[in-house]
Design a protein around this ligand. Structure first.
Ligand SMILES: [Zn+2]
Length: 241
């Protein structure tokens, strides 16, 4: 993997899904906090759930007109589909009912850096670069999310990550894994490389689905999250071989 994927444009962390041990890495300063885009969405969703009897809302996405990254409307979404397609409209609406303070118990339970107390709306769903988190901490937080799969509010988030691999922003991975399944969350965030691109794409993968053995977090310089999923798919394919 080091030989094939150690280019300057790809960063990755590979963890043992059971022990959390770091098995391999190619990521300079993975302890440093950077914006990780939509990778924060499940945790903001959990903060919402905690304040709303663990019931998630249904919202309508009108595409670009309602502030989504996708020009075309996603239509009516529940939390599972919203995670799967990483709908910004859905999460913009959800985040209007979440405060940075409500996120504190969640970030503390999952070992994540908290957003600053004056953060609101867009920055709570990973838009912009206000909320910075270390990639390694984020990887551990997703392992923790899986460990808590039977807790209220978590099941729907994991179902959304499974759906992402099948038909959402992580579909490139589903096409490669051919049935073994994976939990996938993609993200796009402002680039923090010295040579600036418009954005960096992120993909969190726990594979296979039942039960996960590895966690792969990758960052692709100058790509969107869904595009970065293609790179993740190639890496997973190589690991399978
Ligand atoms: Zn949308």
């Amino acid at each position: 993997m080091e030989r094939d994927f150690s280019t300057d444009s790809i960063s990755y962390l590979l963890l043992d899904a059971n022990s959390g041990a770091l098995l391999a890495s190619h990521w300079e300063n993975y302890d440093n906090s950077i914006p990780l885009g939509s990778l924060v969405k499940p945790f903001t969703a959990l903060a919402y759930a905690g304040a709303h009897d663990f019931r998630y809302p249904v919202y309508e996405c009108s595409g670009q007109a309602s502030g989504c990254w996708q020009a075309r409307p996603h239509g009516t979404l529940d939390i599972v589909s919203a995670i799967s397609v990483s709908c910004n409209s859905y999460f913009r609406s959800l985040a209007e009912n979440v405060t940075a303070e409500q996120l504190l118990p969640v970030t503390s339970a999952f070992g994540l850096e908290s957003p600053s107390t004056n953060s609101t709306g867009p920055s709570l769903i990973g838009l912009g670069e206000q909320w910075k988190i270390s990639p390694l901490r984020m990887a551990h937080a997703y392992l923790e999310l899986y460990r808590r799969r039977d807790q209220p509010g978590v099941r729907q988030l994991l179902a959304g990550m499974l759906q992402s691999e099948q038909s959402g922003t992580g579909a490139a991975i589903g096409r490669t894994l051919k049935g073994s399944g994976a939990f996938v969350k993609t993200g796009t965030a402002p680039c923090t490389h010295a040579a600036r691109a418009t954005a960096d794409g992120f993909v969190m993968v726990l594979a296979p689905a039942q039960p996960p053995e590895i966690l792969l977090l990758i960052r692709v310089h100058g790509a969107a999250g869904a595009k970065a999923a293609e790179t993740a798919a190639r890496m997973l394919n190589r690991m399978e071989e």
